[in-house]
Design a protein around this ligand. Sequence first.
Ligand code: ATP
Ligand code: MG
Length: 507
Amino acid sequence: MSEGSTKEPFLQLRGIVKRFPGVLALDQVDFEIDLGEIVALIGENGAGKSTLMKVLGGVHQPDAGEILVEGRPETVHKVSDANRLGIGFVHQELNNLDNINVAGNVYLGREPRRLGLIDRRKILADTQPYLERLGLDISAGTRLDELSIGQQQLVEIAKALSMDARVIIMDEPTSSLTLSETDCLLAVMEELKAQGIAIIYISHRLGEVKQCADRVIALKDGKNSGCLDREKINHHAMVTLMVGRELDAAHQHPDTEKVPGYFQVKDLVTTCYPGKKISFTVAAGEILGFAGLVGAGRSELAQAIFGVDKALGGTMSLDGRPVMLNRTKAAIDRGIYLVPEDRKKTGLIVEMDLEKNTTLASMAQYRKAGLIHARAEAAAAREQIRALDIKAPSGKTIALNLSGGNQQKVVLGKWLSMDPKVMIFDEPTRGIDVGAKGEIYNLMYKLAEKGVAIIMISSDMEEVLLVSDRIAVMRQGEINGILSRPEFSEEGVMQLAVEETEERHSA
Ligand SMILES: Nc1ncnc2c1ncn2[C@@H]1O[C@H](COP(=O)(O)OP(=O)(O)OP(=O)(O)O)[C@@H](O)[C@H]1O
Ligand SMILES: [Mg+2]
């Protein structure tokens, strides 16, 4: 807290301890925030950020420590206790219900009733203003599964707003938002702050933290590792508190020889934009970045290539030979893999342990005469855990209990243990900390050096500009332009993402 303030801050956590089997997740952690303040909570993957917030949000019971609101000790045994105290939580992993509409999700479990029946009209009417406040251009009656992950995340924020929360916890709210959506959220946060709401902001995007935070509190290995007041917040200071050492110099983008036309997609039509055709090529050894706003159709394109979403038309070829559309097995047989955006749905089997998850896709390699070679499998998993620096008590840890960023690394490890020809990464570093991001870029560079054609969908502007050889910018289901390295600029990408262009570059 800033010096000289005499009154108690609105909310204090003191000496919080939380143990999980094999892990001391929080070790005597202190945290405080005042109304009208934005405090960023930073730390590497597994540092304990989400756990601390779950203690505050009534999801986890601490083993020791206390929570004080306006100086009074409070018990927060369950989520409803937290809500009663004015604490709203936007979780890192989405937990909305897919098959009901936006308004239903916002008022889930506390639906206003009329004559004993849920008053659907009121729910819809009450929800709409919150959506508008967040710049979400959708109707409250839209089914949730029709929204992108980014939009779903905004719905969670709308829900917190609708509960009149005085403290809003945002656990990586922007990790799947992009460009203008993020700007809009940061503007909303400023507005909420001006209204006297306290915001706890967890993010691995340090640029955003610098932009919005009044104060930074850092955790490292479950302990407080320092705080920074507004004027002291900069990239270097934050990294030092999080990592505790200087990071290795960023690796160079490799200048490998590219074999043009290695992977070709021609006139592909997705179910999401049935009127639009997509064509592009990726050279062997090339990283083709895909930028665009949420809803531009990038993930749908990836899923159509991999065959998990139906393609309505088009052709693909790899190394001069056609690849059958709409067959995931055909894609996998040819070495075309997708690392999906939503790791819980398609990337990770959360009930399984780490070893099983890392080797899942390459299981065939570890089978002999129908038996899984447990020892070979365990060794391969250990190697992946080491190579990706996955933080977990052991290979037997259940994936669900890993921190968000470490789950993402497991998903990556699973595919990297194969021998890919084309790798499609959908938001590969979503939720991944600054050190591990570098490791993942290196992994991509290594794959590129081996001649793999890489498609990288990313909403992180810095990342797209850093890692890509060329950037394809999508807008409303089409490629609006492809930029090559000398043409790279943030404005250039942004412009193609939002504007209609007359002359279309073709791939
Ligand atoms: N339910 C659980 N059971 C067992 N261990 C857990 C559980 N939840 C978290 N952990 C462990 O507690 C530690 C802290 O995890 P936490 O999710 O709080 O990290 P984080 O700082 O939010 O990381 P990230 O940036 O990756 O989201 C990790 O070692 C994690 O594996
Ligand atoms: Mg977390």
